[in-house]
Design a protein around this ligand. Sequence first.
Ligand SMILES: Nc1ncnc2c1ncn2[C@@H]1O[C@H](COP(=O)(O)OP(=O)(O)OP(=O)(O)O)[C@@H](O)[C@H]1O
Ligand SMILES: [Mg+2]
Length: 253
Amino acid sequence: MLEVTNLCKSFESGFWRNKKVNAVDDISFQICEGEIFGLIGGSGCGKTTTSRMIMGFLKPDSGSIRYNGRELSTMKKNEWLKMRRDIQIVFQNPQMTFNPRSTVYNCCAEPIRLFHLAKSREEERSRVYEMLDSVGVSRDQSNKYPHEISGGQAQRLSIVRALSVNPKLLICDEPTSMLDVSVQAQVIALIKEKQMEKGISILYVSHDLDVIKAVCQRVAVMNNGKIVEMGSADEIFNRPKHSYTQQLMSSAI
Ligand SMILES: Nc1ncnc2c1ncn2[C@@H]1O[C@H](COP(=O)(O)OP(=O)(O)OP(=O)(O)O)[C@@H](O)[C@H]1O
Ligand SMILES: [Mg+2]
């Protein structure tokens, strides 16, 4: 379904913009239909840069990103807009996903309006209420602003909102790293439940080994912009081959 080949992206950094950071350095991986694929690695190894390139927020320097055989990295904006529905993202900070000046209701209604998914105001309202109900957020919270609901509630809403347009691929970039442990478990359970229900593919990005272990079927380990090892979750966690993977495992214990 998604085929990333020899993808590269570098940034200029430093005060004089005189240093080059190879944020993503020649990585290749594939995600099959219905699969949960994990991308794991320490801070700054290039996970978010990879997600942003797949989402079309950043242009790669070189390499290809193919979605169902179609090249995304060179796609024109209007073609992209048609594809946008198929690939959705859930960010680390749920408050960042929502417009701080919109009510929770309007935030949830945004994709419904953007993709003309409701024929009337009533239908829109019932779809928004369905979203709130499905994650146990009471309907009277819908008049609040995003910062007035809890981080866990906001993240659960951002997940069902992303899923409301029936995407084929969901990118989850550290969706639980800003939540406390009990809420993390709820959010992970929600992602797994929705993945089973809808059979979508997921690119799950995290630096947390336990989360990746609980969620993913196949895993790629990233370090300094490169994928150093890739395999089934069982292989990576029980028989890690690369020294960096072994180091990650031992530092987690
Ligand atoms: N817009 C940018 N300009 C300059 N450098 C950037 C930019 N975005 C990312 N980088 C650099 O690219 C590298 C990879 O960053 P990235 O955000 O992809 O890492 P990450 O794996 O998502 O880290 P984390 O786990 O902390 O979220 C880092 O060295 C970062 O400083
Ligand atoms: Mg990141």
